[in-house]
Design a protein around this ligand. Structure first.
Ligand code: C2O
Ligand code: CU
Length: 481
């Protein structure tokens, strides 16, 4: 894991005068109204926000409702959501509801499920959230640029009986590539980013700013929802002197398990729900370190036990959250398909196909393409284009996808419209296989996932490192109706 040049230090840009306080941000919560089905409005537009702390100026971003991250869309399980998405950018956009199992037409994928929302136009997303958990939303149009410029936000679906905690908190982790004067670096087509580890940034934020302290009170129990909305950065979080309980991954409950010796790895797009018992001492700080890229370990923030009141509590292990209504694949009858990821720097790929045409590696480089899935490069699309699916699946049948990473880079692979069990890694069966919508394949990894193809439509299947997605590492999996 140490061959990545991430050229990153936490305060590379900001060297002077940060303010070490945890000020409460005014984060509007949408969706929590008495009238359960009220529509909420999201407007994508340019705005100025303060990302860098201290005396540095503000940053021009593209945001939803002038907020970074976008507004917290908080609803209850089973509730219907209607989002009026308005585009005030000067290019087309869409909104994708990452991890939500919804009807295909609401999935927000340009040229596949809808035409991009043109500048000045609106589109209404309308769906019911069947699964409780921590999700997020982002554009699926020119995502490489639109997400990097700031368009994304959290989507929380509350359980009907949420677990008993003192606070329900959220960390939206993001990674920005900023210029010296605090602007978004306009390098969205850099071949090195596309062929290597993606657009890694130079400033990491939590909830849209350089958070230094996250305050805890002695003895309290919090639920912490962590969402990685970064373009490319994979986080590996270590909690000093704390042993958080992992209770959900990608929205779905797991059997509560404490982790203290192994880091919590979250690739772009992934989420984890933790229960943390505040076992520290009053007045003390405990570091949360991101050590995923071992050459650039850095402190993300401190858990800070400020002088606030102490809560007396003896804690039992948290209970497992209720399962979501996801159908279980039948492994003995599942049909197996193999999926091979190829390309990238040091990958040795020779050729691939795009829209039925053979592409030599030279042609690929000329077209800014670097990756292929089963030999197919996902093409740049425009209105009227369509792309043949990688696989056509029969509705309600069980499938195993045996995936192989033949590249020299990690890839977090995401499937739309379904959640899958991660059943095998490098020929080893996984006990208690987690239900997820994304799985990280390290270089040369082989990972098997299993799911029931119960949701008809054309679903995207891609790497969530957005530079890889943009340069070919995407495909369509069709579920026949
Ligand atoms: Cu987070 Cu295809 O998406
Ligand atoms: Cu990738």
């Amino acid at each position: 894991m140490n061959n990545f040049d991430t050229r990153f230090t936490r305060r590379q840009i900001l060297k002077c005068g940060f303010i070490g306080v945890t000020s409460a941000i005014a984060w509007p919560v949408l969706g929590k109204s008495k009238n359960a089905n009220r529509a909420v409005e999201f407007t994508a537009a340019k705005s100025q926000v303060k990302i860098l702390s201290g005396s540095q100026g503000s940053t021009e971003v593209w945001s939803y409702n002038e907020l970074i991250p976008g507004p917290v869309l908080r609803i209850r399980q089973g509730q219907r959501v209607q989002v009026v998405a308005e585009n005030k950018l000067d290019q087309g956009t869409t909104m994708h509801w990452h991890g939500i199992r919804l009807p295909n037409a609401m999935d927000g994928v340009p040229y596949v499920t809808q035409a991009p929302i043109a500048p000045g136009e609106k589109f209404i997303y309308d769906f019911v959230a069947d699964d409780a958990g921590t999700f997020w939303y982002h554009p699926h149009t020119n995502s490489m640029e639109q997400v990097a410029r700031g368009l994304s936000g959290p989507l929380i679906v509350e359980e009907l009986n949420p677990p008993d905690v003192d606070r329900d908190e959220l960390w939206v982790l993001d990674d920005w590539r900023l210029t010296r004067d605090g602007g978004i670096h306009p390098s969205f087509n850099h071949p090195r980013d596309m062929s290597h580890a993606g657009r890694l940034g130079n400033v990491v934020t939590v909830n849209g700013w350089e958070m230094d302290d996250f305050r805890l009170r002695v003895g309290e129990r919090i639920r912490l929802r962590i969402v990685n909305v970064a373009n490319a950065r994979i986080f590996g979080l270590e909690f000093e002197d704390h042993a958080p309980w992992l209770v959900a991954l990608d929205g779905h409950p797991v059997r509560p398990k404490q982790f203290n010796d192994s880091p919590l790895v979250l690739a772009p797009g992934m989420r984890a729900d933790l229960i943390i018992d505040a076992s520290g001492a009053k007045g003390k700080r405990y570091a949360v370190v991101d050590g995923f890229y071992s050459r650039s370990r850095y402190k993300l923030l401190d858990l800070f036990y400020a002088g606030s009141a102490q809560i007396q509590a003896t804690r039992k292990p948290p209970k497992q959250l209720p399962p979501n209504p996801v159908p279980e694949p039948n492994l003995s009858r599942a049909e197996q398909h193999s999926i091979v990821f190829e390309g990238g720097a040091m990958g040795g790929m020779r050729e691939a196909r795009m829209q039925g045409r053979e592409f030599s590696i030279r042609d690929m480089l000329e077209h800014g393409m670097f990756w292929a899935i089963n030999g197919e490069i996902y093409p740049p699309m425009k209105l009227g284009d369509s792309v043949d699916p990688l696989l056509s699946l029969k509705k309600d049948r069980s499938y195993v996808l045996s995936m192989q990473n033949k590249t020299a880079w990690p890839h977090p692979i995401h499937l739309h419209g379904h959640s899958f069990r991660v059943i095998r890694r490098n020929d080893k069966k996984i006990e208690d296989p987690p239900l997820r919508d994304e799985v990280l394949l390290m270089p040369r990894d082989k990972v098997d996932i299993a799911f029931v193809a119960d949701n008809p439509g054309d679903w995207m299947f891609h790497c969530h490192i957005l530079a890889h997605q943009k340069s070919g590492m995407m495909g369509v999996i069709r579920v026949e109706s």
